[in-house]
Design a protein around this ligand. Structure first.
Ligand code: SAM
Ligand code: ZN
Length: 277
């Protein structure tokens, strides 16, 4: 399995697996949960103001991905994470997926690298679904906004797909020849839905801010691409799209969509590949 580091404050020793437990040299230990994931959260994480996505959002995302709405996105990401024999990037890497969610992307992108893959999420619902889908990989319930449970410079590939981006920790754990792959919603993502639910379907582009934030932590942009698709949604899919994206959408805004049982929407994501400079 992916070798993890102890998350007890100030400890930082590596964890070793014995039976169904992980132990560090200072006597801290973590049991594997029945669901097959490792709970590395610390008491301070439970007080987190952002405890990860709620169950409703996780299940909506799960149904959304099961319908195949990210198939094209996965294909667009593959050349960056699995570049093949002509590339300098080794095929077998230690991979850290920050905010992995319900676990569709891990096996789709790294399915032959179960030993080297670790998904981290703060939602118990999400990490359970992920561990059930791909038990051979390592799944961790932890707060990715705190200290990441891995050693310095030990990760060959970090992915953050609409997930967490703790820049300083990413820079600490990424190997000197490693890659970072980030996806954020594109300006046009679900714009038709936003036009219906909000007074204005305001468009905003986030990817350039991500590039600035990464650059200030020594991570340079190697490539950017925009992925786009168009899909026809029925009423249930419209509800799921709202539930997984806008946690704070008010009922009044939901009501504006009542009676709409079909809508063509744009899907868009800005994809970025970074390397340490
Ligand atoms: C929009 S979802 C994306 C999930 C997945 N990468 C995907 O694309 O389907 C964001 C995920 O980040 C998780 N998350 C939010 N805050 C987190 C934190 N502090 N630490 C770890 N995960 C977190 C949420 O629980 C959720 O699963
Ligand atoms: Zn420890």
């Amino acid at each position: 399995m992916f070798v993890l580091r102890c998350t007890v404050r100030g400890c930082c020793q590596m964890l070793q697996q014995r039976g169904s437990g992980l132990f560090c040299g200072s006597g801290h230990h973590f049991d594997q949960s029945k669901g097959g994931y490792w709970n590395l959260t610390q008491p301070q994480d439970k007080k987190s103001l952002r405890p990860g996505d709620n169950d409703e959002a996780v299940l909506a995302r799960h149904r959304w991905l099961e319908r195949g709405h990210a198939t094209g996105l996965i294909e667009a990401l593959k050349p960056w994470v699995n570049p093949g024999p002509v590339s300098d990037v080794p095929n077998h890497l230690r991979v850290l997926d920050l905010g992995c969610g319900e676990g569709t992307f891990g096996p789709a992108l790294f399915g032959d690298q179960a030993d080297g893959y670790c998904g981290i999420d703060l939602s118990r619902k999400a990490i359970r679904l992920a561990a059930r889908r791909w038990p051979a990989a390592t799944w961790v319930l932890a707060n990715a906004d705190r200290v990441l449970p891995v050693a310095d410079g030990s990760v060959g590939c970090i992915v953050s797909l609409f997930g967490r981006r703790p820049e300083a920790e990413i820079a600490r754990v990424l190997a000197a020849d490693g890659v970072l792959v980030v996806a954020v919603p594109g300006e046009e993502d679900l714009v038709e839905l936003r036009e219906q639910t909000q007074t204005e379907g305001h468009r905003r582009s986030r990817w350039e801010q991500v590039v600035d934030a990464m650059r200030s932590h020594g991570l340079g942009l190697v490539e950017h691409k925009l992925w786009m698709d168009r899909v026809a949604l029925d009423a249930e899919q419209i509800r799921d799209a709202l539930a997984m994206t806008y946690r704070a959408v008010r009922n009044r805004q939901h009501q504006r969509l009542e009676g709409i049982d079909q809508m063509d929407v744009t899907l868009a994501a800005d994809l970025m590949l970074f390397q340490p400079v």
